[in-house]
Design a protein around this ligand. Structure first.
Ligand SMILES: *Cc1c(COP(=O)(O)O)cnc(C)c1O
Length: 429
């Protein structure tokens, strides 16, 4: 698989290099030079396979011969070992629950696949590396768990001190060993800036072999393509056509993966961009003006992002496929309407959480009677237990995965928004 830098088409790298580097020169994103295409017959064949075999088949076609098939098979099997239920909510609306992995969010798919690829690379190179990443909650958890206990790899995670939930912290701020967590006095965008600055710092980059693990990493994106195929496969019994998928979006990695799945042959009629009040993309689609505003804290905190890093990839996907951005559905949802949707879902006997509820809300606006719609369930409701209790007036059962972490205390460092503090910290870690 060859990839080029969207900011300099002459910079070309392999899949393994792109995974290792994260970003190219001038912070440019890597984008595949060529994607495979599955025709109708091949798609039917793919849909009849089980999730693991199908995922290996697709990823192998995307990646090419950089990783032996048998190795890729064991990486995929290790990464995707949890179920993906498609739950019927109304007669034509379903939730694809992507939150049954070890850290209870869809980020387990991308993060686990990526970490297994990085470990694979690292085994052959035998170097010490440091993974430095910023999180609005779920990435950090998924990344921490996926690298936990791996030799030669240190993981440092920055998160906005006040904007992530208690349960989110419980999941990843107590692991110890090779995992360090830092609570930054600031919001997610500020955490991301600190990470970007570190990557621009010559000394840090050289001394620590820095690798970012956020959603701009190409290995995460292609891993996520697999569950769009799974959704479609599960959908077979309801009829194929006119499937619309609503994606609760923050950094737009999830939507990028969905669009890649369409681009390689999956017949999804349309996608919906669903954001909370941090609505840079819906405003852009409406006015053609790119104008990120100040980040607002919302109930769906993992989407409190105003400068989504994957957006250039989406533009590129539209360009290479000759798709029209005007056909993309979109909407932004206030906290008030998110609450209304959560209550509506609850009355339909479905307990959801704020991110999925945003996607459900916009889906309802666009879906016609003849369509089938899926909204992606990106996190387990338990992560938002405190806010949900006030909205649906009911408690949420603790899933088994969390029962063991309940008595562990949180052991993060605290840090002001100051690059030099972080730099010194990293150099002495
Ligand atoms: C990260 C996250 C999102 C946003 O996904 P992107 O790929 O960044 O658009 C949505 N919901 C939840 C629960 C998340 O953790």
């Amino acid at each position: 698989m060859e990839l080029y830098n969207l900011k300099n088409k002459l910079e070309k790298v392999s899949f393994l290099e792109a995974t290792k580097l994260g970003l190219g020169n001038k912070q440019g994103l890597f984008f595949p030079l060529k994607l495979p295409y599955f025709n109708k017959k091949e798609i039917i064949n793919l849909l009849s396979m089980d999730f693991i075999s199908r995922s290996v088949f697709i990823l192998d076609k995307i990646i090419g011969n950089e990783i032996p098939y048998s190795k890729l098979f064991s990486i995929v099997k290790k990464s995707f070992y949890f179920p993906i239920p498609l739950v019927k909510v109304t007669k034509n609306i379903f939730c694809l629950e992507l939150f049954h992995g070890p850290t209870l969010s869809f980020k387990d798919f991308g993060a686990r696949f990526m970490s297994n690829i990085i470990s694979y690379i690292n085994k052959t190179e035998n170097k010490n590396i440091t993974i430095l990443t910023a999180t609005s909650g779920d990435t950090g958890a998924a990344v921490a768990h996926s690298f936990y206990g791996i030799n030669n790899i240190k993981v440092v995670i920055l998160y906005p001190k006040k904007n992530i939930s208690y349960i989110q912290k419980k999941i990843f701020c107590n692991l110890g060993k090779n995992i360090t967590t830092i609570a930054v006095n600031g919001n997610f965008d500020m955490c991301q800036k600190l990470v970007k600055k570190s990557f621009d710092d010559f000394l840090l980059k050289k001394k620590l072999n820095l690798n970012s693990a956020n959603s701009i990493n190409i290995s995460r994106l292609i891993a996520q393509v697999c569950y769009y195929f799974e959704a479609f496969a599960k959908f077979k019994k309801y009829g194929y056509n006119n499937l619309i998928v609503s994606v609760p979006s923050g950094n737009f990695g999830n939507l990028t993966a969905g669009l890649i799945s369409k681009s390689i042959g999956l017949n999804i009629k349309n996608f919906i961009v669903a954001t909370n009040s941090n609505d840079t993309v819906p405003r852009f689609l409406n006015s053609n003006i790119w104008l990120p505003k100040k980040t607002i804290n919302t109930l769906s905190n993992a989407m409190d992002i105003n400068n989504p890093s994957n957006w250039p990839r989406i533009i590129e996907l539209f360009k290479i496929n000759n798709w029209d951005l005007n056909n993309l559905y979109y909407g932004s949802v206030s906290d008030n309407l998110t609450k209304k949707s959560l209550i509506e879902l609850y009355n339909l006997n479905y307990i959801s959480e704020p991110h999925a509820a945003v996607a459900y809300n916009v889906l309802k606006k666009f879906i016609k009677n003849t369509d089938f719609g899926i909204f992606l369930g990106t996190a387990h409701p338990i992560k938002f237990k405190e806010s949900l209790k006030l909205i649906i007036k009911n408690d949420i059962l603790i899933p088994n995965i969390l029962k063991n972490t309940n008595n562990l205390s949180i052991s993060s460092y605290n840090m002001d928004y100051d690059f030099n503090l972080l730099k010194n910290f990293l150099l002495t870690l």
